[in-house]
Design a protein around this ligand. Structure first.
Ligand code: NAP
Length: 812
């Protein structure tokens, strides 16, 4: 037999990893686990215990407890007690603990990896070489931030007790993404792992104790979604950090609405994998394997929608099918397999159901002719071609090893198809033309974009979604802000009970526009010239659609003016104009930052030129003294200058990841923002909210103070003379809550800022769950607009942007 014959007939032999050490560990615990609270194992007798199975062979691994309200309360109290001292412990001391955690994770690397594979079904190659190394990396990286916090983040404080709920697809990695930044920044946590995969979180808890963390800093409770819900609604939890499905994310958004709890949501995805005709097709095929068959496709950012340029599609698909014939599916502990087991039979059934749906939708299903183990939850890598872009299998997250594929002709069509989804988690773009690839990367709406690579993660780079993939970032400096609050800010604790808030938004009935004795003139005087401000939409003055007018009353109840009473149609028109200004060529966001900054300076200059008139208007409207009105105008001008300055200084940064290449974090605008302004400081607050939004490239629909709107309607004359392109700023006057309701429901509005009542804040957050719009609300708490920190701090820039990370490897 020649060497070539041997080479061609050679098959892989098994290379199993031994589960002995894990079995010994499970036996040590008599295969029964309680919960980890206050650094103690709590094993209540009166709760139920549920089995955890190995999905590869159906064998029971251990039983874990189902937490109830008592255990959740116990864990939250422990975390609260620990918070007092942990948050005031020097960052350099916390860093030591995180460092110890990282070191101990490395000491137990193999045990963690094998247990992860047994519990979840993922290949040992992945848990050993990806999950556990990244787990350690996150603790090292955040040990660094703890070390630097006191100096580099001195304007911030810890948030408090954090409830963390994670899914089953990366049990250890998700735990690291949550716990490491939280405790580094001085918070304490109560973590609930997913029901399918609880065991590695418990092993990690042991490592916490071993590393000597003070009791109560990290608490792990096991339980079902009910226990998760108890954490979410617990009044003493200050923030919820959730990773899981968009469906559950929506529930959590509603449950926390109006409560003042911080919330970050890392949700589902249906990420595009774009192959241009000039790509290295063989590399791209390997990319697809990593994109969709890594972790059996149970990856939130899996490249599950293949988009191939039409002229190479046939060739590419045939290469892909050939590659699929060589994939190995089998025992997760075998070091030579490509794919392990699906986490559970229920998930297997869901995946299989989707493949059947693909067939009924007219798709052609391809599965390679490879063998699967006789028992266990194994599924073949699957490709479905010939589907329509609107097919359910193309639109919905399958969360399994199933790839759907479409074709495109031109780059513009590729981007349009890529963005034709409610999600926005990640994208992978393959082309040998760097200009083309980066152009597509800048246009795809997703939090992570990988150029000629896929599924790269590192603690130094934030990960998170756009649109219904959620909000908030995990990793990178951007991820720290999820666990920080400005030093001046208390946790808002609205005094009302959300359960008692009326189901509908409150609206005010406008005062009659004309009072009987107003404008009476002596016979000798000429009647006054009527001056009724209109709304401002698309750079033009617009009459209210409903032809209703509201009276604007002065401090003594006298009529001082009238404004249009805006309705849904006015908001829709304004959103359309804002959207057009955003997508125009070049849209507002695509203009040079220098140009945006010049326009902001120009607005400031023109406002300053009319400061006397604006001060008079404020005085008459609010009854404040002329001096304080002048101060308000001066501060508004100053704020415009501040954001003119920020317009070209918040673009992003280069992230220092482990990639040999470049990872850039870009602070992108959200898109179209709806902004409802408070009644206090009618000019200053309006400008303080509008300026950061437009400085960072958003287009806005402004709802001015409903009580004192006239300084805002005067301002459009300033905008008109300051080169602000039509549609960048739109002003709709009327009832704040009524107009905000339409903004929040509008599909083309990407974010809503609401500065009004506590109830309005509740409604804004609650209703935003429909399409997971990002919101920023004041919970009815008056803001100190005069102060530079509270009125123009980093929060404003942060709320006006979302971070996109673009990864570009280098090398030949
Ligand atoms: P899931 O059903 O949403 O569950 C996630 C976690 O939430 C689990 O711990 C679950 O507990 C708990 N939970 C369920 N209902 C709850 C409720 N009403 N209140 C509080 N907690 C509740 O998601 P999954 O099936 O575990 O994970 C898959 C999903 O996660 C996919 O959509 C995937 O895209 C997403 N994911 C996103 C990211 C990201 O970074 N964006 C990363 C990984 C995964 P039980 O397990 O006990 O039901």
């Amino acid at each position: 037999m020649s060497l070539l014959d041997i080479y061609e007939t050679m098959d892989y032999g098994p290379a199993p990893e031994s589960p002995a050490a894990v079995n010994a560990w499970l036996d040590e615990h008599e295969r029964k686990f309680g919960m980890f609270i206050d650094n103690q194992w709590v094993s209540p007798e009166d709760v139920e215990y549920y089995p955890s199975y190995n999905p590869a062979d159906g064998e029971k691994l251990a039983d874990t407890a189902q937490a109830g309200q008592v255990e959740v309360d116990q864990a939250v109290h422990a975390a609260r007690r620990a918070f007092e001292s942990w948050s005031s412990t020097a960052g350099t001391v916390r860093a030591r603990y995180l460092y110890a955690l990282a070191r101990n994770i490395q000491k137990h690397h193999r045990l963690l990896a094998v247990l992860e594979s047994l519990d979840n079904g993922k290949p040992i190659r992945e848990s050993r070489d990806i999950d556990v190394p990244l787990l350690a990396r996150h603790f090292y990286y955040h040990a660094g931030w703890a070390q630097l916090m006191d100096r580099e983040l001195s304007e911030y404080q810890a948030v408090g007790v954090i409830g963390q709920i994670i899914p089953w697809n990366f049990p250890l990695l998700m735990l690291a993404w949550k716990i490491a930044p939280a405790i580094a920044m001085g918070n304490t946590v109560v973590l609930k792992p997913a029901s399918y995969t609880r065991l590695t979180a418990l092993l990690f808890a042991e490592i916490v104790a071993e590393a000597g963390l003070p009791p109560g800093v990290v608490n792990v409770i096991t339980g079902s979604s009910k226990a998760g819900s108890m954490i979410v609604t617990h009044p003493d939890v200050d923030k919820i950090a959730f990773t899981g499905s968009t469906e559950v994310g929506r529930i959590l958004r509603r449950q926390t609405a109006g409560s003042g709890k911080k919330l970050s949501l890392e949700l589902g995805g249906k990420s595009p994998f774009i192959v241009f005709d000039d790509a290295d097709l063989d590399s791209a095929v390997e990319g697809v394997v990593d994109a969709i068959w890594f972790n059996q496709g149970q990856v939130c950012c899996a490249g599950s929608r293949l988009l191939v340029q039409e002229n190479v599609a046939e060739q590419f698909i045939s290469k892909l099918k050939a590659r699929m014939q060589h994939m190995r599916v089998g025992d997760p502990l075998d070091k030579c397999i490509d794919m392990g087991a699906i986490v559970d039979q229920t998930q297997w059934d869901t995946v299989d159901g989707w493949v059947k749906t693909g067939t009924t939708e007219g798709g052609e299903v391809f599965q390679p002719d490879i063998s699967l183990p006789e028992q266990g939850c194994f599924y073949k890598p699957t490709l479905i071609t010939n589907l329509e872009p609107a097919a359910e299998t193309v639109q919905e997250e399958i969360f399994g090893p199933v790839l759907v594929s479409l074709t495109f002709r031109k780059p513009g069509e590729a981007v349009a198809l890529a963005n034709n989804t409610r999600y926005g988690l990640a994208a992978s773009i393959w082309s040998d033309n760097i200009n083309l690839a980066l152009d597509a990367a800048s246009k795809v709406k997703a939090g992570s974009v990988w150029v000629n690579c896929t599924n790269l993660f590192d603690a130094a780079s934030g990960f998170g979604g756009y649109r219904e993939s959620g909000f908030g970032r995990e990793g990178g400096v951007e991820g720290l802000f999820e666990y920080l609050r400005p030093a001046w800010q208390e946790r808002p604790r609205p005094s009302f009970d959300p359960a008692e808030v009326s189901a509908t938004w409150s609206t005010t009935t406008p005062a009659r526009p004309t009072l009987p004795d107003n404008g009476r003139q002596s016979a000798k005087e000429l009647p006054k010239v009527d001056r009724t401000p209109k709304m401002y939409i698309g750079g033009k003055q617009a009459r209210p659609d409903g032809n209703y007018t509201r009276a604007v009353l002065g401090p003594k109840g006298e009529l001082i003016g009238q404004i249009g009473d805006g309705n849904r149609k006015d908001i829709r028109n304004a959103v359309e104009a804002a959207h057009a200004a955003h997508t125009a060529k070049p849209g507002w966001a695509m203009r040079h930052a220098y140009n945006r900054s010049q326009i902001l300076y120009f607005i400031g200059e023109n406002l300053d030129a009319r400061s006397v008139e604006f001060a008079q208007r404020l005085r008459v409207m609010t009854g404040q003294t002329l001096k304080s009105a002048q101060t308000e105008v001066e501060l508004a001008v100053k704020r415009l200058f501040t954001y003119a300055a920020w317009a070209d200084k918040f673009g992003g940064s280069v992230q220092e990841t482990t990639l040999r290449g470049i990872t850039v974090a870009i602070n992108e605008p959200l898109g179209v923002l709806g902004i409802a302004c408070p009644d206090e400081y009618p000019l200053l607050a309006f400008v303080s909210l509008m300026a950061p939004a437009i400085a960072r490239g958003n287009t806005v629909v402004m709802v001015p103070s409903q009580v004192h709107p006239l300084s805002a309607t005067d301002l459009y004359q300033v905008l008109d003379t300051s080169d602000v392109p039509g549609g960048v700023v739109n002003i709709v006057t009327g009832d704040r809550d009524h107009l905000t309701k339409t903004l929040i429901e509008h599909e083309d509005v990407d974010g809503v800022w609401y500065f009004g009542t506590a109830e309005g804040s509740y409604h804004t957050e609650y209703e935003s769950a429909a399409n997971m719009k990002r919101t920023w609300v004041n919970y009815g708490i008056a803001h100190d607009w005069e102060n530079d920190e509270t009125g123009a701090g980093h929060e404003f820039l942060h709320e006006a942007t979302q971070v996109k990370n673009i990864w570009v490897p280098t090398g030949e």
